[in-house]
Design a binder for this molecule. Structure first.
Ligand code: NAD
Length: 355
């Protein structure tokens, strides 16, 4: 089988994991890069030995009809236009999360994929983590019993990355859109994709980018400048009700005056609960004694590993070796959840989701 010719559109921070995974995949020829930022494009071209470099996606697609597939790694508002253009040119697309900044764009992306008979895979990369595999097995073998509650939290004290991340026009939203998407999807995926019935959400825009804080941030976006716009929420919380009876509480923040920075996912059942953070722990009981069972090995978030599995899955799905698990429908469902939470926060009421 000949190698797939793949281009990466948007060669900023996250693109390195796509690029490195393509380079390590025997079934792929990393063929071209595209970025509207010429300086960054040249830098990444030199770094990875890619010589077909374009600042305009339309020009790249016109000049390289032999391309088979693209990764879309732009900021969120460019996901829909870049993805649709690539699909219309007959390319398979792996689009980073969140799928889009609104439901309408997400639906238009799926329609473009269907119209052109091409694969549109969404970058729900945490589905490829070892922590996900373990919890999936625990749930399948009924170690948790009946699952009835879940809790996801990603709380940073001073963690707005800057750049486009806090700018609504380019991001579509703050920590809910950026961080919430991963955790909400993972729990939903582990529960076998139940539908969402309703959400109640609140958002707060109180601390902003915390420009006055001198303590260094753990992560600063490649696109950060000293004049970034910050008009997104800095804290979002929500209750999501699923049609399997499970309720999930969500807390996502870029900036919060808290003592406890956390990033974890907890799923609670009648037999045991499970917590995913830097490892997986099962909270159950044996012979009447409460037990905490941890799993040997490195089961924390390993970016290199999860991306190489995600890219491997994209390539195998294109080649018909497997059915793609990260579907456009899953991306649309997620956009419905996220936008419903924002709507609930705006109106102060629960939002019912139909279909
Ligand atoms: N899966 C994950 O764990 C994960 C982690 C971080 C970011 N992301 C997602 O990856 C995407 C990129 O994030 P990032 O941190 O790399 O941002 P970034 O700002 O570092 O990179 C984005 C790049 O896209 C380019 N770009 C924007 N519009 C373009 C267009 N129309 N055509 C070509 N290039 C364009 C920008 O110039 C920039 O270089 C976002 O959607 C983000 O949500 C995913």
């Amino acid at each position: 089988m000949s190698k797939l010719k793949v281009a990466v559109i948007g060669v900023g921070s996250i693109s390195k994991y796509h690029i490195q995974s393509y380079l390590a995949n025997d079934g792929v020829e990393l063929y071209a890069f595209c970025d509207i930022n010429e300086k960054r494009l040249k830098f990444m071209g030199e770094k990875y030995g890619v010589t077909r470099l374009y600042t305009d996606e339309a020009e790249m697609l016109r000049e390289l009809p032999e391309l088979d597939a693209v990764s879309v790694c732009t900021w969120n508002s460019a996901h829909a236009p870049c993805t649709i253009m690539a699909l219309e040119a007959g390319k398979h697309v792996l689009c980073e999360k969140p799928m889009a900044t609104n439901v309408e764009d997400a639906v238009a992306m799926k329609e473009a994929a269907d119209r052109n008979g091409k694969l549109l895979m969404i970058g729900f990369v945490r589905r490829f983590g070892r922590d996900c595999f373990i919890v999936n097995d625990l749930i399948k073998s009924n170690k948790l019993g009946e699952i009835y509650y879940a809790k996801v939290a990603n709380i940073r004290r001073n963690g707005n990355p800057g750049g486009w991340f806090g700018e609504k026009a380019r991001s579509g939203g703050g920590p809910l859109m950026d961080l919430g998407v991963h955790s909400i999807d993972l729990v939903r995926y582990l529960m076998g994709m139940p539908n969402v019935v309703s959400v109640y959400g609140t958002t707060f825009k109180k601390l902003g980018a915390r420009d006055g804080v001198k303590t260094p941030k753990a992560y600063v976006a490649a696109s950060a400048t000293d004049h970034d716009i910050c008009d997104c929420e800095d804290l979002a919380s929500a209750l999501i009700r699923f049609d399997n009876g499970v309720v999930m509480s969500v807390e996502m923040s870029f900036s919060l005056n808290t003592a406890d920075e956390v990033n974890n996912i907890q799923i609670f059942g009648t037999q045991a609960g499970v917590k995913i953070d830097s490892n997986v722990t099962l909270y159950g009981d044996t012979d009447g004694y409460l037990t905490d069972t941890s799993f040997a090995g490195n089961n924390g978030l390993d970016m290199k590993d999860i991306f190489s599995r995600e890219i491997g899955h994209f390539v195998d799905s294109i080649n018909g070796k497997t059915e793609c698990i990260n579907t456009a429908d899953d991306g649309i469902a997620m956009m419905k959840i996220l936008t419903a939470i924002y709507k609930s926060a705006e109106t102060g009421h629960e939002v019912i989701i139909n279909g």
